[in-house]
Design a protein around this ligand. Sequence first.
Ligand code: HAM
Length: 426
Amino acid sequence: MSPNVRAVRGMNDILPGETALWSRLEEELRTWLAAYGYREIRTPILEHTGLFQRAIGEVTDIVEKEMYTFIDELNGESLTLRPEGTAGCVRAVIEHNLLFDGPKRLWYLGPMFRHERPQKGRYRQFHQVGVEALGYPAPELDVELLLMTARLWRRLGIAPHLHLQINTLGGATARARHRAKLIAYLEAHEAELDEDARRRLYTNPLRILDSKNPAMQALIERAPRLMDELDEAARAQFDAVCAALDAAGLAYHVNPRLVRGLDYYNDTVFEWVTDRLGAQGTVCAGGRYDGLIEQLGGRSAPACGFAIGLERLLALLAETGWTGAEPPADAYIVHVGAAAGRVALGLAERLRDAGLRVLLHGAGGSFKAQMKKADASGARFALILGEDEAAAGEVSVKPLRTAGEQLRLTPERAAEMLLAARQSQP
Ligand code: HAM
């Protein structure tokens, strides 16, 4: 094929065989985002180059070598294809004064562009769903973001494959103190530095701690730790995050070497990592960036957020066989007799009020025929209403997918049992 009709390297078509899966994932994401009160924002794919330089930082990999930048020949402006979504989102928030009446929870979804070396899980055009909580100072918001992502993993059935790493970067003065100590330490061991580390020594020494070079690991292990430089406020913020995660029962690993590749972060940073995708195992990443809004010219306001790489998320979902099919109903209601039929309608509504997915048998037929339908529906439980149950205001609950006794319960207890059964699903 003639080379000029090929897609750009690292930029993929999403073909008809794949788009249904993308659409189903996007639907899941919208439902999940709405449950946390996030509202969508759409910003342009092109922004002024200076926005990314100021937001992400001049001496980051992204700005130094990964941006698609060109001069608009019509007016000489330097423009850049967005390498990430936070900068554009914050720019729009400032430009339209969106925080005038209080904090905002915003999300976006779309293509991002980075001129990286393409490999599995790393592309030059890729998609992110990003979330930005703007105007919230409390560490509870950091934790809400983490609980929110954990809920998505559970909902998609990939929770067992994702591990949470967190760290704190503290405030600007702690980082400056640490930077000076780090440079002094690295200078003292200059002979052990690789070329990349030497290049970054005075521009971005923190990133040296992120090096994957095996020869540098011992040196990095002994390096001064930012954690030791934190002032009291930053330590309290981090302790509050850890305590709230413990209280919520969400497992995490504190990784003092987690530094992130963008300069706007302070205090909490985090990554959700999987070992199922090879080298590109970070599926979701983010943290707090309390200084960015002011730095870009807005009125000072705290913020935090994260972005999920959709190609990586879909690759992980493919590993685990996710098809995006609707989850099975929690219960199929079987009812025999006219009185039971009337009770069944009310029972189905009450269970749905409790958040359960319920199928009500809609035609007559014997008990046996109805139980066959219940089984074929894929529902987890059959709820059986006969004359006896209807008269007693109770219902018989029979597990269909697991071994277990049939139990006679009040509707409230039955709802609790069904909800508990759903929670225990992966
Ligand atoms: P980031 O760590 O640069 O953060 O990217 C977030 C996620 O996007 C990564 O964890 C990964 O899943 C995906 N990703 C990044 N680069 C590529 C690539 N070349 N190919 C495929 N996937 C990729 C940010 O972008 C921040 N804006 C996140 C954030 C939002 N922080 C606060 N709010």
